[in-house]
Structures are given as structure tokens and as C-alpha cells.
Design a protein around this ligand. Sequence first.
Ligand code: IMP
Length: 422
Amino acid sequence: MSVSLIVGTQWGDEGKGKIVDLLSKDANIVARYQGGANAGHTVIYNGKKIILHLIPTGILNPHTTCIIGNGVVLDPFALLQETETLEKHNVQVSGRLFISNKAHLILPYHKIIEKYSEECSTQSIGTTGRGIGPSYVDKYARCGIRVGEILNFDEFVIRLRKNFEEKVRFIEKIFNKTIDIENTIDEYIEAIKQIKNFTFDTCYFLNQKIKEGKKILIEGAQGTLLDIDHGTYPFVTSSNPTAGGACTGLGVPPNKIDKVIGVSKAYATRVGNGPFPTELKNQFGQQLQSKGYEFGSTTGRPRRCGWLDLVALRYSVMINGIEEIALTKIDVLSDFDEINVCTKYELNGEQTELFPTDLLTLEKVKPIYTSLKGWKKSLAGLKLKKELPKEVLAYINFLEEYISCKVSMLSTGPAREDTIFF
Ligand code: IMP
């Protein structure tokens, strides 16, 4: 299996970081294709927790080369900060990380525009505040700046200064605020100088490596329900975390992707605003939040929690062509007597198994649950499928049948060894 793609099936935070970290031990290359420093991939590395926002999780395996693809929006400050953190943990980044010359830059004014837009909006998205949306806006409005432009450094600096001036005038006019970012330009230029040697056309590189039969792992950030096209619009991120985004975001053709693995939590969480049909605003939701330590790894915000939504999961399997599921955080359900899974929605007095992605409909649906028996036992230390309590197996069977897709990995805790391969 030379090219495998890992996608989130929910609203992000499914535990993709741990799964990519595990699978990347066999990979030559790990590549990210969308999003930016809004992601928060948490991995336990040498017993310590590391959160990666921008750099692919594969960096933690010393033999892998990592690629930040053209579909990513890159914040040089975030990149340097993360590089520094990794080097403190003795992870070498230099010479192992390369950035597509076609990736767009996040500029300091993107964060300012995002902050003011959110403040002024009557329908705030609850973004991570990393400037992601405004940077993609500039990309599609064809006025963004791409990483490769730094290779002509003098022209780049002139363009950057001009761009800053124009945008500052624009922001001041639109939001009626005064902005002083003169120092920020100099800091930005200094930061960008340091990534100059890491950038080239990664599409040629990746396609060459595919031809050579190298093992490539493509790492999605966020999740299907946050996808700009297929998610719960407008409460979504501004990129395509779904499988199609991997092709455009890396320049890898669809027929070269051999396998799509979906990552799903055994329950559901969402950070930020927007509809969430199975959300639990009661003690069960609180129990999931505290047992699962459900706080955003980028912003620290508490995550909203609820039961697993199989209507949504089946939709994700369809949109991404998922062939197997890595099911994470099953241990968080160990204290429940009964575990609910949503198998249908009620909408205007009728039942449906289809996931509506228009806001007004999604806000109206009511989940219909099937209740499954809890196992009420710790799963710590279990290594084999046959050692699992029968109620866990019944839970997994039910899920597999509903979504017509196999569970191939079960995560029973945050560490690499807390994983059962089926
Ligand atoms: P943005 O991506 O910062 O524009 O935020 C848009 C929405 O996506 C907000 O609801 C964020 O909380 C959510 N979001 C962005 N990145 C992640 C992530 O990595 N995990 C979970 N939610 C995310």
C-alpha cells in the first residue's frame, strides 16, 4: 500500500495525530494538504505530550521526510515556533521538512481581519483566530502571496510592503480602526528568510516518489463535517479536509491514492459554533468532556460533547471513499452503563438516514438513538481483539454494519502502545 490517506470523519479532533504517528513509522514521506496552524494534532512522544499545528505529525519518526503541500496556508511565525519546540525535544526538522512553493502565506493582517470580522458578525463561526479564512479568501481572490515568491527575495519584500500598506488602509476603512503593524513587517521578513531554503515544487517530488514506490502517508487536518463544501456550512473551516482535497492540495492524482482511512472518535465532539445534532448538554456530556479531556488543542476551548452520530459517519464514509476506520478514545466510554448511537434523524415528523448539510435543516433534526450495553471495565493494557469485552465487540460490530466499513484499529488510550490492530 504505497499511498494512504488519513481523514477526519467528524468535526476534527478525532485523534488523527496519534494514528498518523503510528502509521508513519512505516512511511517514507508524510504530507499535509490543507488547513494551517488551526489544527492541533496531539501525540505522546517519549512520554511527553507534543501538539503539532502545522508540521506533519510524521516529523516525530526520524526517517520520514515531511511535506507541507500547496493546499496549506502557512504562517511562518507558527512554523518557526513549532520547529523550535520540536528541536527542544531533539526532533530534527531542518533537512526533513519541505514546503510547496505554491502554498499561500498567512500574513499578519489576515489575523486582524478575522478578529474584527468575528467581532462584527451576528453569526460568529468561533474560529481558531489563526487567520485561516482570510488567507484562503486572498488565495481565491487571486491577491494572495505564495511561499515560492520568497525565492526572489528583493521583489518579494517590495510586494509585501505594498500589500501591507494596501491591506492596512482597507482594514482601517472597513472596520474604522487604526492599525500599527510596521514592526510586524520587519519581524515577518526576518521569519520568512528562515524558510527560504525549505521550499520547492513538492508536486514533482511527491509524484517522483510515488513512481519509485515509496510509502507515502497523507495527513488530513480538521474533519469532513468542517469541510468548506461538504461540512456544516457556514460553520466550517475554509479548506477541503475531505479526500478530494488531498489531490488538489498536493498535486497527487486520485488514482494514485491506494487507501483512505477514516478516523472517528467512539463519541462526538465539536469545538466552535454550529449545529451538532447529538450534543449532550447534561451530565453525560460533562462526563465525556472530563474523562476524554476534551479541550481544544489549539485554543484550549472546551469541546462540546455528544454521542456518536452514525448518520454523519456514514455520510463521511461516502464522501471520502473510506475503506477502514480507526476508532479512537473507546476507553472514554468505559464508565457508561448504556451507550447511545444515533442511527436516524427525525425531521418534521419524518425519519431520515441522510445527513443534511444545509444549516436550517440541520438545526431542526432530532437524533433517534439505539442504545447499546456498556462494558464497565477498564481496557488498559489489552493488546488483542479477542481480549476485548463482548460489549465492546458488539459496539464495533453495530457500527461496522451500519456504515458498511471495517474498523481496523482501536485506540484505547493516548500512547502508541494503547492500540489494538484488528
Ligand atoms: P478556522 O479553521 O480557524 O477558520 O475555524 C473554523 C471552525 O473550524 C471553528 O469552529 C474551529 O473551531 C474549527 N476548527 C478549525 N480547526 C480545527 C481543528 O483542528 N479541530 C477542531 N476544530 C477545528
